[in-house]
Design a protein around this ligand. Structure first.
Ligand SMILES: [Zn+2]
Length: 320
């Protein structure tokens, strides 16, 4: 039996949960599909991530509008991936904000990523014809950027904790409320996609996120995590996936094996703990290929295209 490509056979809709994390702080999670969030300022909203299409983004905005009708002043994108970025036009935001390295990725590989993600995860692309094109920023930051929320709401901080899931991942941090939106740098019981990652640097990036001492964490996928211990556990699980993957692939690489052996080793290592989590089988071939390339000295991830996706899938996951 051939394995269905990536998440192409995952067509059943997920149920969505809008959670109020604190006064004026919202997260929408959906059983392992990409999460989104919003933070109220005195007279404006900051939204975090945009979903795959404007039609899908409007479903989230409809739910949010039951709580607040403030206009979206800032739409922040955690990173450049299509399922986070291409719904941006629905927000009618005054500013679209991203890390400067994410702008570089949009320029360099945004088109290819759009085609790749559409083929990998078609269910997430509700009314794909509603996408007007790539999402370009009106504002880029390097280091950190603070937004004053007004009244007694304190500041919202956007930061870049180092390279990880991509080279331009932004997190959103509410220091007064200790709430962290981490994008795909941390997952909560969902497999990691590392096809655009810098695996070894990601470990240091996770340490930087831990230093924030968050009490509430919204990861890229999976449920909201409440409480310091559970936040630490989610970061530890994310680190465990990275260490298991890199350890298994590196040992085969060092022993002079081939990438298929590395995939089998990584699967053996990770499957018992992570195999039931969303997108595990989908992600693993792309993850192994990227880390294999890294071990071969390829600094920046090769660009994923639908053609390359299929080649790697056939090589590693669907050997007939
Ligand atoms: Zn991503």
């Amino acid at each position: 039996m051939p394995k269905p490509f990536a998440s192409s056979a995952d067509t059943s809709p997920k149920s969505e949960t809008l959670e109020v994390l604190a006064d004026g702080v919202y997260a929408l999670t959906s059983e392992g599909d990409p999460n989104v969030g919003a933070v109220e300022g005195e007279d404006f909203l900051v939204c975090f991530d945009a979903r795959a299409t404007p039609a899908s983004a409007r479903d989230w905005l409809d739910a949010l509008r039951e709580h607040t009708d403030k206009p979206v002043k800032y739409l922040v994108l955690s990173h450049y991936h299509a399922v986070r970025a291409l719904g941006a036009s629905a927000f009618e935001a005054s500013e679209v904000v991203m890390h400067v390295d994410t702008l570089g990725l949009v320029r360099e590989r945004g088109e290819q990523d759009w085609a790749s993600e559409f083929a990998r995860m078609p269910r997430l692309f509700k009314e794909p014809e509603s996408i007007p094109g790539l999402t370009w920023p009106t504002l880029c930051f390097d280091g950190t950027m603070s937004i004053s929320l007004g009244g007694d709401r304190g500041d919202l901080v956007l930061g870049h904790a180092g390279r990880g899931h991509t080279r331009g991942d932004a997190y959103l941090w509410l220091p007064d409320r200790k709430i962290l939106f981490a994008g795909d740098l941390v997952e909560s019981e969902a497999a990691l996609y590392t096809g655009d990652a810098y695996h070894r640097e990601w470990l240091g990036t996770l340490e930087n996120l831990e230093l924030l001492e968050a009490e509430v964490l919204v990861g890229g996928r999976g449920a909201v995590v409440h409480g310091r211990e559970n936040v630490t556990a989610a970061i530890t699980q994310t680190r465990g996936f990275l260490l298991g993957l890199t350890g298994a692939v590196a040992s085969v690489h060092e022993a002079g094996g081939d990438i298929r052996d590395a995939f089998d080793a990584a699967h053996r290592e990770l499957e018992p703990t992570y195999g039931k989590w969303p997108i595990f089988e989908h992600c693993l071939p792309f993850d192994v290929q990227r880390f294999w390339d890294e071990l071969d000295g390829v600094e920046h991830p090769e660009i994923w295209t639908p053609e390359r996706d299929r080649e790697v899938w056939a090589l590693l996951q669907d050997r007939g």
